[in-house]
Design a protein around this ligand. Structure first.
Ligand code: ATP
Length: 392
């Protein structure tokens, strides 16, 4: 692998140029340099943003995210730790997950009243688990989130234009922009469970929040089927592999999506159905071109089942082609906003394949039933007395 060197930042007070060399591993390179001798495109750092100074800083490393941490590249050990400890002097707490419960348990116990910045080295699911794990707090407080794109899909990070870890690190230390991170809510029917590697785990007993996507049909199926140790090794390719396997079977999910008690009804059977706040799920998979994570709105993207073998790939190809699927007459693309009443009526949920939903990457299995209803809503950035923000 050829090695590349990227300029991270120039620290004006100490005249230090900080660069990152990456090949099979990362290395932080700090040299003294004269301000006039370095390129004007390198960000000048005069002082650190308050999310790294005034706030308590926690780094949550979800070590199973992406292709795991077994490779030689280790973002925290090789870049963040030396940068924070030796160069910028950012006091922080580092937590590496040891199990699938670490994040939820941390969130349950989270009782900081002081403003906290939580830096996630993960994908979307880990951030979702933290938010949903929060318990009611007596005092209102703020939690500022920063997502490194270190998982497989990284839709949240992509939504704020973070496509690689080094660019993300640059944004984390230089950006002073912090915006409310709006949350969305879904109420699953009683008897719904999380499904991990096809096994039922925790029962869902309260409405859940999501940040980027809630899906059913083809999308939920491929995310669920890709959650095996064999496929996880492939990184982003795991979704493609699971997608091809799903295309071998008919994608037919019966039901209808009802907006504002019938003002608009989008009838199935659906091959594809999701609601999302994000613009992209992968760098080139532009699922919702008008989406903006900083707005308090969702978009519905759905299309119906057809009886030819190529229509799903045809429409997916358009998603990869700058999101041009939204101009395809077969695709429903609708903005959903605060105060909209949103209901999905789903029918014939007997076979397991038909009753799996994806909530920011987690899979949820509904109980087997002839008909059920799910309710959704667009809420603000406050949950359990905590105001959630994102550095962007
Ligand atoms: N040590 C661990 N053992 C088992 N599970 C873990 C461990 N650490 C983290 N996890 C779980 O792995 C999952 C990682 O999901 P995350 O979304 O962060 O990454 P991803 O699935 O690669 O990315 P994406 O959701 O963007 O596709 C989370 O459910 C998290 O709780």
């Amino acid at each position: 692998m050829t090695s590349t060197t990227k300029d991270l930042v120039y620290i004006t007070g100490t005249s230090q140029l900080v660069q990152v060399t990456s090949d099979t591993s990362y290395e932080l390179v700090v040299t003294k340099a004269d301000a006039d001798s370095i390129g004007t495109e390198i960000p000048r750092l005069q002082s650190l943003p308050t999310h790294l100074t005034t706030n308590k800083v926690v780094i949550l490393d979800s070590v199973n995210s992406g292709t795991g941490r077994s490779t030689d590249k280790n973002l925290y050990e090789q870049l963040i730790k030396p940068l924070f400890d030796n160069v910028l002097r950012v006091k922080h707490e580092y937590i590496a997950t040891v199990s699938a419960e670490t994040i939820t348990e941390y969130a349950h116990k989270f009782d900081n009243d002081e403003p906290t910045t939580i830096i996630f080295i993960s994908g979307d699911t880990s951030v979702n688990e933290f938010i949903n794990g929060l318990e009611e707090s007596q005092h209102s407080s703020t939690i500022t989130i920063f997502p490194f794109p270190s998982g497989t899909g990284n839709s949240l990070a992509l939504s704020i234009d973070l496509t690689d870890e080094v660019n993300a690190l640059q944004k984390l230390i230089t950006s002073t922009k912090v915006s409310p991170l709006n949350l969305y809510e879904v109420e699953f029917p009683k008897g719904s469970y999380y499904l991990v590697r096809d096994e039922k785990t925790t029962e869902i007993t309260q409405p859940l929040k999501f940040l980027v996507v809630l899906s059913w049909a083809f999308h939920a199926s491929l995310v669920a089927d890709s959650d095996t140790p064999e496929l996880r090794k492939f990184g982003l390719e795991r979704f493609k592999k699971a997608a091809f396997a799903n295309l071998e079977q008919e994608q037919k999910y019966e039901g209808e999506f009802i907006i504002n008690n019938g003002q608009t009804t989008i009838s199935g059977p659906f091959a594809y159905w999701l609601i999302t706040a994000s613009k992209r799920f992968e760098p080139t998979f532009e699922i919702s071109p008008q989406g903006d994570i900083l707005e308090d709105s969702l978009y519905l993207v759905s299309f119906n089942t057809e009886d030819n073998g190529t229509y799903i790939m045809d429409i997916m190809g358009k998603v990869y082609s700058n999101g041009s699927h939204i101009n395809d007459h077969r695709v429903s693309y609708k903005k959903l906003q605060k105060h909209d009443t949103l209901t999905l009526k789903a029918r014939n949920l007997i076979s397991k394949q038909k009753r799996r939903f994806c909530l920011d990457g987690s899979i949820i299995e509904l109980p087997a039933t002839e008909e059920t209803e799910l309710k959704f809503s667009v809420s603000d950035n406050v949950y359990k007395n905590r105001s959630i923000y994102i550095i962007n």
